[in-house]
Design a protein around this ligand. Structure first.
Ligand SMILES: Cc1cc2nc3c(=O)[nH]c(=O)nc-3n(C[C@H](O)[C@H](O)[C@H](O)COP(=O)(O)OP(=O)(O)OC[C@H]3O[C@@H](n4cnc5c(N)ncnc54)[C@H](O)[C@@H]3O)c2cc1C
Length: 425
């Protein structure tokens, strides 16, 4: 690679978008997109959904064709793990484990995250799994096919998606969650309570406040999960889904500020003022902060990876504009489609719209009377209305938000304080 170009480390959602936006913005300098995985860049969300049902392969999940990279003159380099980074006056050089060197003028870190490991006795047993990559998913899919008893440790989105899929294919499934409720970091108590009931209705056993102490096994294969009360839940497969850890090791080598992710500003610029970072690895100013709300966030979603990468590309070209989009996310669990618009952290009021027992409802979150987010279960029109309202700095008055006889989009009205904030930023 010529040292006049951009090196993007991490070739998934954020990395590919960053490269593609550089070209869209007219950058004609060399772009190298390097990643350690063997596959062409692919979408991760289906790994816990269609892939495990045998409805997708790593190839079918790729989001760009080889022709795209060729036509946009983006050099895609798989199977190279960058292990060292050095800055020079002209840019710097990255060195891969193989010894290959990648000199660069500009640098982007889109290194993502890895599953948080739990060091229980028996973690090394065959059948104990994590899920992040297409390789992980292929192994898990094989194991699930032969399994009767599946235990999921962690009641977050990925764990619940895998649990729902395994249950739908007739397995005996147990979800063990250490907290008092499911998906506690991301949704309200109402939404958590709904998912608890919904999974139980479908025949999954969910144990809250479960304290796993070790994995039991025979002949190197997992046979169960032992809890602190002595109970052993039989298991042929254990999926551990207890969150992720951002990959910050390269940023740390460069001496960049790191705090639950690589610290970036609203333009995706890191603390050295020249390197950009985007996606799951980055910790950014909350794009939808309201007065007194949470200042900084690390978002784990495709939408964030894509939108932040666009901002990072513009910043590299000296045309930065602040990241301002409304975060959104989805999770498919059995026939339940959850769509989340905005960030509910720091809310002080919730309004329930619809009946959770009907498996079609939304929870709207407010802070100081202003709409800040919504969880919408099988109510896509509510999601679209809330996302649009937040985007335009509008609200839905909490007093009327629960009235399902009126379409939510008809209840949207200006939010003076938010509108003011948008105008002044
Ligand atoms: C099973 C699963 C289901 C999901 N479901 C959803 C969903 O329903 N909705 C949603 O919005 N999001 C979902 N997500 C999250 C979403 O996939 C991530 O937010 C998104 O992939 C983040 O993209 P990224 O490019 O920031 O990071 P990543 O996708 O993690 O990509 C980073 C890449 O960088 C590579 N890399 C890191 N360090 C190095 C290095 N030193 N050298 C070379 N390469 C390196 C990694 O190997 C990786 O390929 C899901 C994730 C998983 C795993």
């Amino acid at each position: 690679m010529s040292d006049s170009g951009t090196l993007i480390i991490g070739n998934c959602q954020a990395g590919v978008q960053l490269a593609s936006t550089l070209r869209e913005l007219g950058d004609t300098n060399p772009i190298v997109l390097v990643g350690e995985e063997p596959h062409a860049p692919y979408q991760r969300p289906p790994l816990s959904k269609a892939f495990l049902k045998g409805e997708a392969t790593a190839d079918s999940l790729t989001f760009r064709t080889h022709e795209f990279y060729r036509d946009h003159d983006i050099e895609l380099v798989p199977r190279e793990r960058i292990v060292s980074l050095t800055r020079t006056a002209a840019g710097g050089v990255a060195v891969a484990e193989s010894g290959r060197e990648f000199p660069f003028a500009r640098l982007a870190l889109t290194t993502g995250a890895v599953p948080r490991q739990i060091p229980f006795e028996g973690s090394e047993l065959e059948g104990v799994s994590y899920l992040r990559t297409a390789t992980d998913a292929a192994v898990l899919e094989q194991k699930l096919r032969a399994a009767e008893n599946v235990v999921v440790v962690g009641g977050g989105f990925i764990g619940l998606e895998v649990a729902a899929g395994a249950r739908a294919s007739g397995k005996t499934v147990t979800v063990l969650e250490a907290a008092p409720r499911l998906v506690g970091r991301a949704v309200s108590e109402q939404t958590s309570a709904f998912y608890l009931q919904a999974h139980r209705r479908r025949g999954t056993t969910v144990i809250l406040e479960a304290r796993v102490v070790r994995f039991t096994g025979e002949h190197d294969r997992v046979t169960g999960v032992q809890l602190a009360d002595g109970a052993v839940i039989p298991a042929d497969v254990v999926l551990i889904g207890v969150g992720v850890v951002p990959r910050t090791e390269l940023a740390e080598q460069l001496g960049l500020a790191v705090d639950n992710g690589i610290t970036v500003d609203a333009r995706a610029l890191t603390s050295d003022g020249v390197t950009v970072a985007a996606g799951d690895c980055a910790n950014l100013p909350n794009p939808s902060v309201t007065p007194g709300g949470i200042d900084r966030v690390r978002l784990e979603s495709v939408q964030n990876a894509v939108e932040q990468a666009k901002v990072a590309a513009a910043t590299l070209l000296g045309r930065g504009a602040d990241y301002q989009t409304v975060p959104w996310f989805w999770s498919d669990q059995a026939d339940l489609k959850l769509q989340i618009a905005g960030l509910s952290g720091g809310h002080d009021e919730v309004v329930l719209r619809g009946d959770p027992d009907s498996e079609k409802f939304s929870v709207l979150y407010y802070r100081a009377g202003e709409l800040i987010a919504a969880d919408c279960v099988n109510r896509p029109l509510d999601f679209i209305a809330v996302r649009g309202a937040l985007h335009h700095g509008q609200t839905v008055p909490p007093a009327v938000a629960g009235d399902t006889s009126v379409a939510l989009k008809k209840l949207v009205s200006p939010a003076p304080a938010l509108a003011q904030k948008v105008l002044t930023t």
